[in-house]
Design a protein around this ligand. Sequence first.
Ligand code: PCA
Length: 327
Amino acid sequence: MTFVKTVTATAFGALMATSAIADGHAQSWDMPMAYAATNFHSEHGVIFADLVREYTGGAIDITVHPGGSLFGGGDIKRAIQTGQVPIGERFMSAHANEAPLLGWDNLPFIATSYEDNARLWEAARETVNAQLADLNLVALYTCPWPGQGFYFNQEVNSSADTQGIKFRSYNSATATFAEELGMIPVQIEAAELSQALATGVASAFISSGSTGYDRQVWEHLSHYYKVNAWLPRNYVMVNTQVWDGLDAGVQAGIQQAADETSASCAAKSEELADFYFQELEGNGMTVQDAGPEFLAELEAIGAQMTADWLETAGADGQAILDAYNAN
Ligand code: PCA
């Protein structure tokens, strides 16, 4: 692992120094991604790389490294910010602990359909991009996961059933959610989820059907409660200096590839949402809507989480919600 990182950093340094595009040479970009190679996000990373090669006339040659194989999910953003790799992909709201605004897509029960999620992104996009610029990043495209619900190894009708359960969280907001339900959160990457469930480090989590399917969680868990609490997004980001160093034609080619990939990825996510539930059921899990008592509790916790987010995200956060609600 260390070896791979060193090679990547060295290759990238050389690439920066020679400004390959100005010289007319192709640039090779390693692109770390956090999720399984067969996941639609990762598959779209490969589609994106192909389109970039095509639209830049081969000037940018991206190699996708899925499944946290080059950098683990938690390390990808820093690797890009510090120039160890030029580009990569990560779950956006995982960065809300550092920049609260990036939790815009993790607000419970605000935008629960693909259509509303797209409207919320339109309302948030400019502010989010400004926030990312402060972090030395340029977002090229985002793509939503299907709606989020709860996985358990037992029937759950209310928080009376969730006390003391070890819960895999994927960001600080989901850790809060777990605590409010009397559970004990532990943050674990999707790539490590199967192992965490197998060893009892966690026995519940919130996610889409997609991650349960990717990690075959029916081997460990019995119930999925559809809640559709939010549709969080992954984003593909590039280091600002790398981006600024490209000529306008190359930038335009990459952005066209990003726009097309974004649309295709969102459509695929929506197309697959029910398929995942069928697969969970087909492999023996009980997949059902959350019951009224549980749902009412989730909604109350959700309202508090949105209020907390507005406090930390400030006027910019309120402006996003106001713009969303005005449409
Ligand atoms: N899967 C990812 C993030 C959201 C989702 O649906 C995960 O569980 O890590």
